[in-house]
Design a protein around this ligand. Structure first.
Ligand code: PMP
Length: 675
């Protein structure tokens, strides 16, 4: 890949072409192989001039994929010419040219906000090409304003700016003379050159002067310099100062960790510049991809108003708007939203709410039922209703007691039956507890349809509805923990929709902000809410509230997330992806150590076994899942296993091509490690 630089300007006519040409000529003189690209040209012959000057031999459709006759912004010029712009054509040309040349100079049109397509500006193109930009400014009156506007907007928008070149400098007026020093004071990026006005540059002699002036007046070294990653230092500091979650730090300290520096769409980039597909949505949170314009903008807009104000005794705008939206999309019956900031706290709140609710009904129902293999978070209440020994056993002494019913883990059916002939025998234990103990049971807590953390255990259809019915029969509240399965992961907005269940309490987190900021919500019915109403002196208040409850930035991100679901028809778009993924997973059945493949929507668990016949598990210490995920990294995909289960849970915005990369890499990794 070549080094690429995108030449943009403070305005049209600032001299992008001259500067592109001058830089190209000067670099060529230094013996570098230069490529040039002008993705959009609207009238004129800039492109031809540069190609001639630099001796460019590449095909015209690569150098200039789009040409329009009228001198207008591409958006309108191509619209009037009835040419539909296909950005892939530009990206493919870029890929090809950057493969061919050591340095690729890409020249923009107009300035950063020149529109190309609807909702797509030059700045978006620079971001999508992922190349640094050079800003060409013209010397004179108005330069300070234009240059600072351009640079600030670029940096705010996420464009990397190498620096500024002041062009057309004659040093005659006071404005021109003072421009460089004032700009130096106000800019956040360096001035990489002051370029004089040159006459007759198109002549042979003119080109020679251009090259010479660029060599002398432009800091070409700085222009091409790649930031040296501070990887060694970062790793050392990480190891010196951090304690990572769910991680044996002794291993971590010996290991060579990946450090993520930035992201785009479904990909994460590490501090050495390598891109990886985010195969588990950054731990099951990302929805519409990283750096999603609309969510970025919503957070920035909110930041311009207020970053945080408390919900204890005050309201704030985004939390109100979001509560309304959440109730509008939640299963029927849910009427009130209580905010917090993690899945665990959403669960903690659900448990406390249910417990307190019954006290006001003089029923003293104080116990809970949870399922085997359940995971509801890491705080003490959430761990008390957890069913994964590995995570939960060590804290036994700290926990309150809770009844445990069977989990519908069909691959290892507790009754040794198989669906659908089993007649849901795994519900018997739940029925028994309810029958005997219902008078003391406040609520049943479950992860509907997919028990995530225990290995993506997908439930047989119909069982969730039966659980809900049992709760009604025995007057026990149903808490649906949709922290992992909510916000489209299963193919519907909420997993409860699959079986038409309306829980009494719904816990939400993870995908609620599209994977941007920590926010959680516990939704409940009006009936439960009303149960807490009373005179101040009665002390029926729900005594719970975290400092950052209802944080405006997080709520603004969540609103933008929900808006995107509507605007992009995300759920409808999932159907073909889910089908494609299902087909892709078929092949895994041929791998000898794949015991079970479980999928619901875009949630997948591939359980690896030592012996397929006997379903004998790999010993936990063997770390087979970790090894497979390590291998997948080599193929450019980031995964995180759950014991012997390989999890695939990409952002909902993943494309079919990316999905293919995901399951092809997972397949290869399993084949190599456990094949
Ligand atoms: N409930 C479920 C179902 C979860 O999967 C998780 C996290 N994986 C949690 C609760 C806890 O969420 P958090 O990590 O945000 O506390």
């Amino acid at each position: 890949m070549s080094k690429a630089i995108f030449i943009t300007a403070t305005d049209t006519g600032a001299g992008k072409t001259i500067i592109s040409c001058a830089i190209g000529l000067a670099l060529k003189k230094k013996g570098l192989d230069i490529g040039y690209m002008k993705p959009f040209q609207c009238s004129g012959d800039d492109m031809e001039f540069i190609c001639r000057a630099l001796g460019i031999k590449d095909e015209q459709e690569l150098v200039n994929p789009y040409y329009a006759k009228e001198p207008l912004a591409p958006y309108i010029a191509f619209k009037r010419a009835k040419v539909k712009i296909d950005l892939d054509k530009v990206f493919n040309a870029y890929k090809e040219l950057s493969r061919r040349h050591e340095v690729l100079i890409i020249e923009g049109v107009g300035g950063l906000l020149a529109p190309i397509k609807k909702d797509y500006l030059i700045a978006d193109l620079i971001l999508d090409l992922d190349v640094p930009a050079l800003i060409v400014a013209r010397a004179g009156l108005g330069t300070l304003n234009h240059t600072l506007l351009t640079q600030r907007y670029a940096l705010d928008y996420g464009v990397k700016v190498k620096g500024v070149i002041i062009n057309n400098y004659q040093g005659e007026t006071t404005a021109e003379k003072t421009n460089p020093d004032v700009l130096k004071e106000f800019l956040d990026v360096p001035i990489l050159g002051i370029f004089p006005r040159l006459k007759n540059v198109k002549s042979k002699d003119g080109l020679e002067r251009l090259a010479k002036t660029a060599g002398k007046n432009i800091d070409l070294k700085a222009l091409l310099k790649t930031e040296k990653p501070l990887i060694r230092q970062l790793i050392k500091r990480d190891k010196d100062f951090l304690w990572h979650p769910f991680t044996q730090m002794q291993d971590w300290l010996k290991d060579e960790p990946l450090i993520i520096e930035e992201a785009k769409g479904c990909y994460l980039r590490d501090s050495q510049g390598k891109w990886y597909l985010d195969g588990v949505s950054s731990l099951w949170v990302n929805v519409h991809g990283h750096r999603k314009k609309e969510i970025d903008a919503a957070i920035k807009r909110q930041l311009n108003k207020v970053a945080h104000s408390t919900l204890l005794g005050l309201g704030n705008v985004p939390s109100i708007e979001l509560a309304k939206e959440l109730i509008a999309i939640a299963p029927p019956g849910l009427a009130k939203v209580f905010y917090s900031d993690s899945g665990s706290s959403a669960v903690e709140i659900a448990l406390k709410m249910a417990y307190q609710y019954w006290q006001y009904l003089d029923k003293a129902k104080t116990r809970f039922i949870h399922l085997e293999n359940a995971y509801h978070g890491d705080t003490i209440g959430a761990v008390s209703v957890g069913g994964i020994d590995l995570f939960h056993k060590v804290y036994q002494g700290l926990l309150f007691e809770s009844y445990k019913a069977d989990s519908p883990y069909c691959y290892r059916c507790p009754e040794g039956k198989s669906y659908p002939l089993c007649n849901f025998e795994c519900l018997e234990r739940l029925k028994e507890i309810l029958e005997k103990k219902h008078s003391e049971i406040a609520a049943l807590i479950i992860e509907p349809l997919v028990q995530g953390a225990s290995g993506m255990l997908v439930w047989p259809p119909g069982i969730y509805k039966k659980m809900a019915k049992l709760c009604r029969e025995y007057n026990v509240l149903l808490i649906a923990d949709e922290v992992a399965v909510g916000f489209g992961r299963t193919g519907k907005m909420f997993a409860s929709e699959w079986e038409g269940v309306s829980p009494d309490i719904l816990c939400l987190a993870k995908g609620i902000t599209g994977g941007y900021l920590p926010l959680a919500a516990t939704l409940t019915t009006r009936k439960m809410f009303d149960g807490f109403l009373g005179e101040y002196k009665e002390q029926k208040t729900f005594f719970h509230g975290h400092t950052y409850t209802g944080n405006p930035l997080a709520c603004a991100a969540a609103l933008a997330n929900l808006e995107l679901f509507k605007k992009e028809k995300t759920l409808r778009g999932l159907e073909p992806k889910i089908k494609f993924l299902k087909e892709g997973l078929e092949r895994f059945k041929g791998l000898p150590n794949v015991g079970d493949i479980r999928q619901k929507g875009l949630m997948v668990g591939i359980e690896l076994v030592k012996d397929r016949q006997t379903k004998e598990s790999y010993p936990w210490e063997e770390g087979i899942g970790v090894k497979v995920c390590r291998k997948a990294r080599e193929y450019g995909v980031l995964l995180r296993p759950l014991g012997n289960v390989i999890v695939l849970m990409p952002p909902l915005s993943i494309t079919k091509e990316e999905l293919k990369q995901l399951f092809d890499s997972a397949y290869k990794a399993i084949e190599m490690v456990a094949g």
